[in-house]
Ligand binder design. Structure first.
Ligand code: Z15
Length: 837
């Protein structure tokens, strides 16, 4: 390519090619230049937001330079790339992360100071990129960071929602949802109007003979919507590798909008078409672990899969390789079943458009895709109604039927006469209406399927994929335990702890090899080290207390034990167990003498998280927490002994303040329901302990940190089924302590009891599906152990430091390496060293 450009021109480009800043002087220069020219403002009207914008543009320039080089390098390297398809990327803020990843935060701090700003104030101007609900979306963001840091040639593909997850306001103790319009000023995205893909919907399928007399399917008619690419640079930590996240935005197609109706004078209809097209990428569905089968959601999924595959296939075709080489160049990872239509779309491209034989094409497809499952809960498993799919994607439904038919034939040969097996594994569920089971389709179309923690990966093999293990053998199913990026969740969120660790370990290597943390165990007798550790935890608690004061007006004592549960509100995550336990604590305090109260460790119970807007039970839980807080926080008998706080609008940037401030955090899902959990890892990495059930990654955290460093309680996953069975056969006895808690609620101690009746009844006389009562006693007793343990501050501190030192396993770097080696079969592309870097 380069050789086609004449030497003098090449020289001129090289000479003027952008360099980006490295020194403080250059940073100030670039920042002021952007404020004055790009933003057309001046010293006199440069507020913190303008300073944020200027600094971001300065950093963005640096990222773009490495991003271009990385993309060139990856194009020329001619090696396999990974495409990570996720409907959610919960990125949070970009500026702080960019500063740290390129190693210039100190330069920026000094430069901004010269210009009259505090770096923290500038950073906090940024609006979170909140294109996700919870764990699944944040996992995708951590994976992007790790893939770039480890120099994997990898792209993320997602949707550019105009509205991310809603902003939560708490009004009179109730959740209120406010739209999150985040695109006002976003320096981190690059519109690529030249990269536009036509996406087809509806229409019908007809059959034609091609020149060779071969019968081919042609999908005709319907409507076309344009997908426009927006690119976001993803910088690796301490490496020039800067990968790409491509987000698709929907727009009315030129052909459809401009000519057909507009020119014929039907202006209103053409505006309507335009709005309908733009609706596709307008909003993120705000459900976590729940699928509601809405047609617009299916449209989003196909729109995004089709655009991404067109892009991937186009890139491959430039190489002029044979189609059989496609899986040697392309690995496509499906984040849950949301992108499953990509499997069908690739088969359609290969068979209908590229003329491959069905079997040949299907072989390419299976070798290309791999699928990660993130839940076993039935209400979260995706099923699409056949009539809806028939209407929206008629050709894809035909392909699904053909895939299913060939699959069932294969199964029939392997298990002759087992009619029930065929019924169970069929992609098409024979219900009214028929449903397409996306997890089965994803499994059949992939070469590997993984769960996200050991327990979860074992569970899927004995539940939803039991028959598929018999059919394909156990090797198709594997485990990759989730991880988190230590860059954001230690270095960025807790800079003082990161610095202290670096001072002991002789540098920041632990940020790219987290197992190095185990050397911290040598400092368990180092008095100064321990004192400083404790001071850092205290300072982090003071910071959170300040945030709580500013946002709720409640003063909490930073010396109290901070007990935190922040995550999406869901019955299976059991925030109700937590708040009922808090009420039990309150009643206990009220019944104590003044003498007894003196012996009690003060506590702050902190909750945070969003409820899906239509999830009434979750909203009731929020209301109960707020109502209890109202009573407890104003009760003079209680004082500092107990405070109950609801932190509004929990998101990634709030998590960066909250996570470093915990003494203990709660991960208390009914055993067998939380696939992994990842905030559990974040809290322990920041020197907090855990109270939790034997569920998801809690089990592996216990294996790593040791049983004496975690507070486990409750029934085991293997016992849950029997307990539920017993409940439904009338064998249910409400825990006596819990009964007293319900009496207090019903007696109106926390306001109108009617508001809480559905919540109480779900436990008392609706089968207690999530086993709140069965686990209550064990939970209360374990909290008493926490109180006792916290009194011995020396021993507590030792548990915290020991735990941190053993968290190396939970880096998302380890996780990405496992995917790369076991599933994707891709190699890193390590850039040449430049300028001594
Ligand atoms: C979601 O956030 C998760 C699973 C899902 O199926 C959906 Cl739809 C959303 C979460 C799991 O609940 C959590 O346990 C896990 O840690 C996370 O995905 C990442 O794997």
């Amino acid at each position: 390519v380069e050789a086609s450009i004449p030497e003098p021109q090449r020289e001129a480009w090289k000479k003027h090619s952008a360099q980006g800043f490295t020194t403080k002087e250059e940073f100030e220069n670039e920042t002021v230049r952007h404020v004055e020219t790009t933003l057309a403002r001046s010293l006199f009207n440069c507020d913190e937001l303008a300073a944020y914008s200027g600094a971001s543009l300065a950093f963005r320039d640096r990222l773009v330079i490495e991003w271009n080089r990385t993309q060139q390098r990856q194009t020329f390297a001619d090696q396999k790339r990974v495409y990570y398809l996720s409907l959610e990327f919960l990125m949070g803020r970009a500026l702080d992360n960019a500063m740290l990843n390129v190693g210039l935060k100190d330069v920026a701090r000094a430069g901004l100071k010269d210009l009259g700003f505090r770096i923290e104030d500038v950073i906090s101007q940024e609006h979170d990129a909140a294109l996700g609900n919870g764990g699944l979306g944040r996992l995708a963001a951590c994976f992007l960071d790790s893939m770039a840091t480890l120099n994997y040639p990898a792209w993320g593909y997602g949707l550019r929602y105009r509205y991310g997850i809603f902003k939560q306001e708490i009004v009179d103790g109730y959740q209120v949802e406010v739209p999150d319009y985040w695109l006002d000023f976003n320096p981190w995205e690059f519109p690529r109007h030249d990269i536009t893909v036509d996406i087809q919907f509806y229409g019908h399928v007809s059959r034609h003979q091609d020149e060779d007399g071969k019968n081919i399917a042609v999908w005709e008619g319907g409507e076309i919507v344009d997908a426009v690419a927006f690119d976001v640079p993803i910088p690796g930590y301490s490496t020039p590798t800067t990968n790409n996240l491509r987000l698709w935005s929907s727009k009315a197609s030129k052909g459809e909008f401009d000519f057909q109706k507009f020119n014929s004078g039907d202006y209103e209809a053409s505006v309507g078409d335009q709005q309908r097209a733009e609706t596709i990428s307008a909003v993120l569905y705000p459900n976590d672990n729940l699928e509601r089968g809405k047609e617009l959601r299916l449209k989003q999924q196909y729109f995004w899969c089709a655009a991404s595959l067109y892009d991937i296939v186009r890139r491959f075709k430039k190489s002029k390789k044979a189609w059989s080489a496609f899986p040697d160049m392309v690995a496509i990872q499906l984040n849950d079943t949301h992108p499953t239509l990509a499997i069908v779309e690739l088969q359609r491209i290969l068979v209908d458009l590229e003329g491959l034989d069905w079997t040949e094409a299907w072989d390419v497809v299976q070798k290309t895709f791999s699928y990660a499952n993130h839940t076993v809960m039935p209400e979260a498993l995706e099923k699409w109604s056949v009539p809806v799919m028939q209407n929206l994607l008629p050709r894809h439904l035909q392909i699904i039927y053909e895939v299913n038919s060939q699959f069932l034939h294969m199964v029939e040969k392997q298990f002759p006469k087992d009619r029930d097996m065929l019924r169970r594994v069929s992609i098409i569920e024979e219900s009214q209406p028929q449903m397409v089971q996306m997890a089965y389709l994803a499994t059949i179309g992939s070469h590997k399927v993984n769960g996200v923690a050991e327990l979860h990966s074992d569970l899927i093999k004995t539940t939803i994929f039991k028959d598929f293990v018999k059919i394909y053998g156990p090797d198709k199913f594997t485990n990759v335990t989730n991880g988190i990026t230590p860059r954001r969740w230690l270095h960025q969120a807790n800079p003082r702890l990161s610095e202290l660790i670096a001072s002991k370990l002789g540098g920041y290597e632990f940020l790219t090899d987290l197992t190095k943390l185990n050397e911290l165990e040598h400092f368990l007798d180092d008095k100064d080290f321990k004192k400083e550790w404790q001071e850092i935890k205290y300072a982090n608690k003071v910071r959170l207390a300040q945030h709580i004061m500013n946002t709720t007006g409640v003063r909490v004592n930073p010396k109290a034990l901070f007990d935190i549960q922040v995550k999406r509100i869901h019955e299976y995550k059991r925030q109700q167990l937590n708040i009922l336990g808090v009420i039990h604590r309150y009643l206990t305090i009220k019944a104590m003498s003044a003498e007894e109260r003196k012996k009690l460790a003060p506590r702050v119970s902190i909750f945070g998280g969003k409820a899906a807007p239509g999830y009434w039970m979750a909203k009731t839980v929020i209301h109960l927490v707020c109502s209890v807080g109202e009573v407890v926080n104003n009760d003079k008998d209680v004082g500092d002994l107990l405070k109950v706080i609801y932190i509004e609008d929990y998101n990634v940037s709030k998590a960066e303040i909250i996570t470093p401030a915990s003494d203990i955090s709660e991960h208390i899902s009914t055993a067998g329901t939380e696939a992994s959990g990842t905030s559990n890892m974040k809290f322990v990495l920041n020197g907090g302990l855990i109270i939790g059930t034997c569920d998801g990654a809690n089990i592996e955290i216990t294996r790593e940190v040791g049983e004496s460093n975690i507070f486990l309680f409750g029934n085991l996953a293997e016992d849950v089924e029997d307990l539920r069975h017993a409940h439904t056969y009338g064998n249910f006895k409400l825990d006596p302590d819990l009964a007293k808690v319900f009496d207090a609620i019903k007696g109106g101690r926390f306001g109108d009891a009617n508001r809480f009746s559905a919540l109480c009844n779900s436990i008392i006389d609706q089968g207690d599906y999530y086993l709140v009562s069965d686990d209550f006693n064990s939970y209360i007793k374990t909290h008493a152990l926490v109180d006792e343990a916290y009194k011995d501050q020396e021993a507590w501190l030792e548990k915290c430091i020991t735990s941190v030192s053993r968290m190396g396993f939970f880096s998302s770097d380890r996780c990405i390496q496992e995917y790369a080696e076991m599933i994707w079969n891709v190699e890193p592309l390590v850039p040449e060293q430049r300028n001594g870097k």
